[in-house]
Structures are given as C-alpha cells and as structure tokens.
Design a binder for this molecule. Structure first.
Ligand code: ATP
Length: 333
C-alpha cells in the first residue's frame, strides 16, 4: 500500500514548467532517491512533499491524509539539508534533544532517546561539543540524529552529503542506510550523484526536465536503462545507433534506433551468442581494479571496461578482438 502518493503534481516558476504531471507512490519504510542533473526539479519535488512549495495542480497524500494544503509543521515530515543548520549555541546533546523538548517529553525519556541516538550516529563522547568544534561529517551526523530522534513519518533529505569529502560521504551513506533500515523510516533522498543513489536506495526515481524518466530498483535501472538519457546518466553507457552497430559488428540488426552497451559488457573471450568486434585501443585509464579503454572500430568510438590484468598486452595502438553478448545490446526508446 502506498504511504506517500503524488497525484498529477504540477509546478511552474515564472511561466516555466519545473514539475510536469508527476505521479508517484512510495511505500512505508522505503528509501526512494530522486536522482537527476542540476535543475531537473528534484528539490522542488521534495519541497512540495515537505510543504515548503505549493503545487499548482494535483494532490499529495501522506499516510492516507491529503496534506496538499497542510502547513509543513503539521505534516509529520522531517528534513535534512546540505548545510547542517545546527543551533550554534547548543552542544550536540542539546541539538539532538531540542525537538523532544519542544514536544514536552519527560526529561528521563529525552535523555534515554538522545543518548541512544548519539550512539547510533557514532558520536558517543561528543555530547558536550559545540558545532564549531566538529568536522563537517560530524555535524551532519548530529543533523541526522536531530531529525531522526523525533520519529518523523517521513524524513526528506536534500543533498545531505554533497558538501562532504568522498570518503566521509561513503561512510555517511552506509550510516544513513543502516539507520533507515534499522528504524524502518520512510526516506526520500535528493542527489545528483548516481553512485550514491545506487548504493543507498530501494528505488530510484530518475528525473530530467521536470519529468520522470524511469522509476525502479537501482539494479534494474542500471541493467535496463529506458532511454538515452537514462543510459548516459546511469553508468557511462555507450549509446550507439543502429548504423554504428552495423559498422562495429559487420552484421545487420533487426531494428533501427538507438542502443546502449555497458562498458563492462565487452569481453576478450567468446561465450554464448555474441557479436565480435575488431578495435584499436586509443586511450587507457586505470580506474582501480577496472581499466577503461577508449577504443575505435572503423571510426566508431566506444569505451570498454576490462578487469585489470598484470599482462593485458593492451596499450594505445593495440589491436584487439572483443566479444559482446547479443543480450547486452539494449534497445532504447
Ligand atoms: N523559488 C524559485 N523561483 C524561481 N525559480 C525556481 C525556484 N525554485 C526553483 N526554481 C527553478 O526551478 C528549476 C528546478 O529547480 P530545482 O532546485 O528543483 O532543481 P534541482 O534538480 O534540485 O537542481 P539542483 O541540484 O541544482 O538544486 C530550476 O530551473 C530553478 O532555477
């Protein structure tokens, strides 16, 4: 059953449509990510669910109640932003306790909840520290604890990790996901980082130009991008037209149109029903255990990811035969 429902939501700013006839259902306990390039409308969509922006058309339901005209504070929704927005004159304990005090909860109960929340975000021992004494990652842990401790029906997170260094971001992605799963909180996360979306989400809603391009499990979207935009945005696909493929494979494909091929779908050994390609290596980029080769075959450029091998024998100028399973050539709509 749907916990959050968006019904034909429409929004424009200064005559420009920013969100177009959006329909979406989110289940209780799901972590859904709004993913898309800058300006695609993901923050606006999130802010409409929070009640900070009013849609011109359509309705929003949370837990069976129409909240379209309900003020933000009465929606039972929590929010975490990119900037930590902690109270600078309160220490960690007081920041986390703030929402519970406002609810007039009994002191002993507040203490228990705050201490266990501080432990959950890994800040035990820092209760008395003030925000300016904490790193960016630690401050965002406090912001997360402060939003989660009041047990919102839904927690909305707008690029909460974007300001942090890569390694700290990865740690906080894991923390966010584990808190969400442990407490069963319904969360919606806005990000423009496809790797982040792949790692944390139950479901990705891919947006472009105010419209939903694709909606599905990260793995399904990755393996079966619906459109050229999805293929390019998720996972560095090669997007090629039927003419390019005829040139690459020396064979005619059934239908015209655009096709997507994952860089890691190329293999150096044959297996199953395959196409063979003879290509020349143009450039080599070592990405870690994977090496991304820029290749060209009869003037058609493409990239192929192969596992790092001690003796691959491949360098710029090398000629190589690659194989690709027929099922890995994905037609796009
Ligand atoms: N209050 C506003 N007034 C006028 N235009 C706005 C307002 N809020 C957003 N917009 C415009 O709406 C479009 C979508 O903005 P939005 O912030 O939702 O995009 P986004 O996908 O979250 O992008 P980003 O990742 O850059 O924040 C943009 O073109 C933006 O300039």
């Amino acid at each position: 059953m749907s916990f959050i429902t968006l019904n034909q939501i429409q929004k424009s700013f200064e005559g420009q449509t920013v969100i177009q006839e959006m329909n979406l259902e989110i289940k209780k306990g799901e972590l859904v990510t709004f993913l898309g390039p800058s300006g695609c409308g993901k923050s606006t969509l999130l802010r409409m669910i929070a009640g900070l922006v009013t849609p011109e058309e359509g309705s929003i339901l949370i837990d069976g109640r129409d909240v379209t005209n309900v003020s933000p504070k009465d929606r039972g929704v929590g929010m975490v932003f990119q900037s930590y927005a902690l109270f600078p004159n309160m220490n960690v304990y007081e920041n986390v306790a703030f929402g519970l005090k406002m609810k007039k909860m009994e002191k002993g109960e507040i203490h228990e909840k705050v201490m266990s929340m501080i432990e959950l975000v890994g800040l035990t021992g820092k209760e008395k520290a003030y925000p300016h004494e904490l790193s960016g990652g630690q401050q965002q842990r406090v912001a997360l604890a402060r939003s989660v401790v009041v047990e919102p029906k839904v927690l909305l997170l707008d690029e909460p990790l974007s300001a942090l260094d890569a390694q700290i971001r990865k740690n906080l992605q894991k923390l966010l996901r584990s808190i969400q799963q442990r407490l069963g909180i319904t969360m919606i996360l806005v990000t423009h980082d496809q790797e982040e979306a792949m790692v944390v989400s139950d479901r990705i809603v891919l947006l472009n130009n105010g419209q939903m391009v694709q909606n599905g499990h990260p793995h399904d979207i990755y393996m079966n991008p619906a459109t050229e935009f999805a293929a390019r945005f998720i996972g560095h696909y090669n997007v090629l037209d039927a003419h390019d493929l005829r040139t690459l494979f020396g064979q005619t494909l059934k239908a015209d149109g655009m096709y997507a091929i994952r860089p890691e779908a190329f293999q150096r050994t044959e297996s199953g029903p395959f196409y063979a390609i003879t290509a020349v290596v143009k450039d080599v980029a070592v990405l870690g255990n994977i090496v991304r080769y820029s290749m060209e075959s009869n003037s058609v450029p493409f990239s192929a990811d192969l596992l790092q091998q001690r003796e691959s024998g491949l360098s710029p100028g090398s000629e190589v035969t690659l194989y690709i399973l027929k099922e890995d050539v994905i037609p796009l709509t």
